[in-house]
Design a protein around this ligand. Sequence first.
Ligand code: FE2
Ligand code: FE2
Length: 211
Amino acid sequence: MAAEYGSAGVAAQVLAWGITAGLPVPLLHTATRIVRDELDHAALAHACLVALGGADAPVDLAPERLAVPRGEGLLADLARAVLRDFCLGETLAVPYFAEMRRGATHPAVTPVLDRVLADEAVHRAFGWDALDALLALDPGVRGWAEARVPTLRASFDGYRTPPAAPPLTPDERACGLLDNATYGALFARTWAEDVAPRFARRGIRVDGEVR
Ligand SMILES: [Fe+2]
Ligand SMILES: [Fe+2]
């Protein structure tokens, strides 16, 4: 829920910066849709929590962590958010949600995962389209991206190597939770077969293997 709420904040910031930078209007319309999607995802996640018995569980939306990094200038700040949260974050999210949906059977969970999975594919496409628009505005974004992708990728190390956790219970599996081995394997496969080739097609050289 907190992650979805944070994604709404990032999408809203990308929309505002995208308007200032003059991104193509259809992309801006998609960005407005994404803000609504992410707010919906946060609300759906909360409804799920309540349905699973967590109505009294405190939820920390962590407002201090919602600020989107800035300070390098409009295009660089926008490019960083597009690369980290969309090209990387949303492209990685799609196979994770697909795998969660594959294992989930709980009736409070499966409709939420269906909705999120359908939306995240749109969000993934937005990221790469926005990167293309930024490259058209300033080809210098190519070298900038190449230099920063390794650091941005490291911010997803929690997916590559999640902290040690006890084995999942059948109830947790029914809710779609994934074990650590699956997290690591999905990261390596998605990076090698999806993320790295998309960068390569744009002339952005990134390490194709996850080490
Ligand atoms: Fe989302
Ligand atoms: Fe998303």
